[in-house]
Design a protein. Structure first.
Length: 480
């Protein structure tokens, strides 16, 4: 009996010890739960605080952007009012005929642009004529007068494929050249053959280097202007007289944002260098807002006018509307072939105005590729040949070995490289092949080729009856 009691006492002691450990474990679990709840509350508070800070920062950014836009608009309005006042003072005492003659002289200035509160329609005079120094330039009629207004303003040319962006842009460039502007063409896939007489910069790295130089030069010009003691008009005239009028042509601007990276400064350690993700956006804002007073005017060529397309610079649509002269080119779509072509029509919108005005595009029979003024005629330089004539020359070259009356039941044989190009186009199932689209992907044994080389092989394919030309640098395969 005593032994039984002793066993029960021992078991009771064990149970009590277990109960003590259980209670301690429960207390520890409760404490940990409270601590976790506290951590969670702190984490939630931190997230809410960060969200509030981000919201405040975004509101401040929006407020600052609005203030900049309002300030820029007020400055423009003040300048317009001042220009109007100067004009009224200059024409005070003049008769209506004298005033009309004076206005006509202003329109015929070497570098015409809108001044004061003038509107685009107000600059159109039935007696105005725009002429070029060579055949095929803009036709001598007042309906193309709008082109002169693109000379002194940052301009955006946009439109869908086939709308005529390239041809129209080059006529605008020709007018700039005639007005004494220095032209720099930033064309990632351009060739010097198509930009004669113009400084051409190709390759995205080289374009990025120029963009950095552009912003540095802009800052330097403003610094020199502040130290010069000159008025704005005197400073601008000084830039003109010293030949520093610069127009930057931004071809294929839609593709820049995915390929251009901020260049690394020479004095920076490569391991520590982090490119600014908004580099192209900063350059775009600089070119839009600061270029006109320093005569470093950009001309952008893109497929659309949305800020997501233009340098992915979100939130700047108001600034775009206030700073850019916009020209939209309209294409027509063939309902049967669904191919796009220029309609010869477009619309123009002046900076700071919401009204779009219908315009007519110049009628051109060839794409301008030579921008040299008074270029010498040399025996080793071939004359300009239109596309139809060039295709006929290639056709004659391919048929050169045939006698009169010979039939060509069998297709012409392709050169090895032309055959490889044809095989590439068929393998990739390209019914319509644009050299600008597939140039970067077509390579043989790791070697890439120029646009002119690829075009030569495309001429062979067309000459062999395996494709037809449907546009500039575009062929349509007859069979896949």
């Amino acid at each position: 009996m005593l032994r039984h009691c002793q066993n029960e006492e021992r078991q009771k002691a064990v149970f009590e010890d277990i109960a003590l450990h259980r209670d301690a474990a429960r207390a520890e679990m409760a404490a940990r739960s409270e601590l976790l709840e506290s951590y969670r509350d702190v984490a939630i508070a931190e997230v809410q605080l960060q969200a509030d800070l981000d919201l405040i920062a975004n509101d401040r950014t929006v407020d600052i952007t609005k203030a900049e836009i309002y300030a820029h608009t007020e400055i423009e309005v003040t300048q317009m009012e001042a220009t109007d006042a100067i004009f009224e003072a200059q024409t005070a005492g003049m008769t209506e005929e004298q005033k009309a003659e004076y206005i006509k002289q202003l329109r015929e200035m070497k570098t015409p642009y809108l001044q004061g509160s003038q509107t685009l329609q107000g600059t159109i005079d039935p007696n105005d004529k725009v002429t070029g120094s060579e055949p095929g330039a803009i036709a001598p009629t007042d309906k193309y007068r709008w082109i002169n207004n693109t000379i002194g303003y940052p301009t955006l040319i946009f439109g869908g494929m086939g709308a005529g962006k390239s041809w129209t842009t080059r006529e605008i460039i020709w007018k700039k050249v005639q007005a004494g502007w220095n032209i720099v063409a930033l064309d990632p896939h351009g060739t010097q053959v198509e930009w004669r007489g113009v400084r051409l910069i190709t390759g995205y790295k080289e374009i990025a280097d120029f963009m950095q130089w552009y912003m540095d030069e802009m800052r330097q010009r403003y610094e020199d202007y502040r130290l010069s003691g000159l008025t704005e008009e005197q400073w601008t005239e000084n830039l003109r007289a010293s030949g520093k009028m610069l127009s930057v042509i931004c071809e294929e601007f839609t593709t820049w944002t995915d390929n251009i990276v901020e260049p690394m400064p020479n004095d920076c350690d490569e391991d520590k260098w982090k490119p600014d993700p908004d580099f192209i956006g900063k350059w775009f804002r600089c070119a839009m807002t600061e270029s006109r007073k320093q005569l470093m005017i950009p001309l952008f060529v893109a497929h659309d006018r949305t800020m997501e397309i233009l340098a992915k610079a979100k939130g700047l649509s108001k600034l775009r509307d206030a700073a850019l002269l916009e020209v939209e080119l309209i294409a027509t779509i063939d309902p049967i072939t669904t191919e796009a072509s220029s309609s010869g029509r477009g619309r123009i919108k002046l900076p700071g105005h919401g009204q779009w005005i219908d315009i007519e595009l110049p009628k051109l029979d060839h794409k301008r590729i030579d921008f040299r003024l008074d270029r010498p005629v040399t025996s080793d330089e071939p004359p300009t040949i239109d596309k139809a004539t060039l295709e006929r020359i290639y056709e004659l070259e391919f048929n050169l070995g045939n006698k009169a009356g010979d039939t060509q039941d069998e297709p012409n044989k392709l050169s090895p490289m032309a055959q490889k190009l044809y095989e590439y186009l068929t393998i990739t199932e390209r019914i319509e092949a644009d050299v600008r689209e597939f140039k970067g992907n077509f390579k043989v044994a790791g070697e890439r080729f120029t646009v002119e080389q690829i075009k030569g092989w495309m001429y062979e394919i067309v000459g062999a009856g395996m494709a037809d030309w449907i546009g500039e640098g575009v062929i349509k395969l007859n069979q896949i």
